[in-house]
Design a protein around this ligand. Structure first.
Ligand code: ADP
Ligand code: MG
Length: 264
């Protein structure tokens, strides 16, 4: 990953899986993202930390265009979108759906379909978006449930799953779309402490598989362990970015030091 505040000098790195350039987003006159640029290499794991309200979720949402940026550009893989501030123009529906499918997003709250079993939840996107034949979708979904350690819960409805199990189904469902990137927005924040580990284990195994990931997390120890790069955000700005040994263990900025002091 590379960071730059002087983007005139920033060259395009065609190997980067994600490239964000001069991204700006305001809600009314509240500027939430203030000129964010970053590149994230294929297979990198980036942990994004920072106080509540610093713009972390908005940045993730801008990456898959759940939120439309005001200005700047976003590229994931081959797909590139620019925003000029004049119109909040989105790509056409089909292109947008294709783009969103490249980024698997896992939220704090599980958003499973309550009327579908775990297996059906994982199959749904394959059937409706990817148009995978049913038998194939079923066997892929079974393999994904196995990957997240839930092969024996395939026929269970969300209501009867624990929070950790629901979150693992949500991860399997996102993986079913064969995303280039996985985005986790505080995926363990709503879980009882004893259920956090099972979800972190799945994320850990995805990192080992080489999945490109951005994790918004308050699990600082986990960020240190799994992330190649840590980004500390505050007030819509990247204050500090670098490897965990730098940003977590030896932060240079007073704001980063103050934030991390809360976790010690
Ligand atoms: P974080 O995830 O770091 O806590 P967010 O990206 O959720 O931060 O929010 C950043 C700021 O943007 C907050 O002040 C929040 O209230 C505001 N915000 C986020 N989404 C919206 C929205 N849809 N409309 C208005 N304000 C929003
Ligand atoms: Mg958030």
């Amino acid at each position: 990953m590379m960071m730059s505040t002087n983007n005139a000098t920033q060259t395009n790195d065609s190997k980067a899986m994600i490239q964000i350039s001069n991204l700006k987003k305001a809600f009314g006159d509240h500027v939430v993202l203030k000129d964010i640029s970053m590149q994230i290499g294929k297979g990198s794991v980036v942990a994004m930390i920072g106080p509540s309200g610093s713009g972390k979720s908005t940045l993730l949402r801008c990456l898959n265009l759940l939120t439309v940026p005001d200005r700047g550009s976003v590229r994931i893989g081959e797909r590139h979108f620019e925003f000029d501030g004049k119109t909040s123009k989105l790509p056409k529906d089909r292109e947008l759906a294709g783009f969103r499918a490249r980024t698997g997003m896992v939220f704090q709250h599980f958003n499973l379909f309550p009327h579908m079993t775990a297996l059906e939840n994982v199959m749904e996107g394959m059937l409706t978006v990817l148009r995978t034949p049913k038998a194939e979708a079923r066997s892929k979904a079974q393999a994904l449930l196995q990957k997240v350690g839930l092969e024996d819960r395939a026929e269970i409805y969300p209501q009867r799953l624990s929070g950790g199990q629901k979150q693992r189904v949500a991860i399997a469902r996102a993986l079913a779309m064969q995303p280039d990137v996985m985005l986790f927005d505080e995926a363990t924040s709503a879980l009882d402490p004893e259920l956090v580990g099972e979800v972190l284990n799945v994320i850990r195994s995805l990192a080992k598989d080489g999945m490109t990931m951005i994790l918004v997390t308050h699990e600082i120890a986990f960020a240190r362990e799994v992330a190649d790069q840590v980004i500390f955000m505050r007030d819509g700005v990247v204050v500090e970015a670098g490897p965990p040994s730098q940003v977590i263990d030896a932060p240079q900025q007073a704001a980063t030091q103050a934030f991390l002091a809360r976790f010690n």
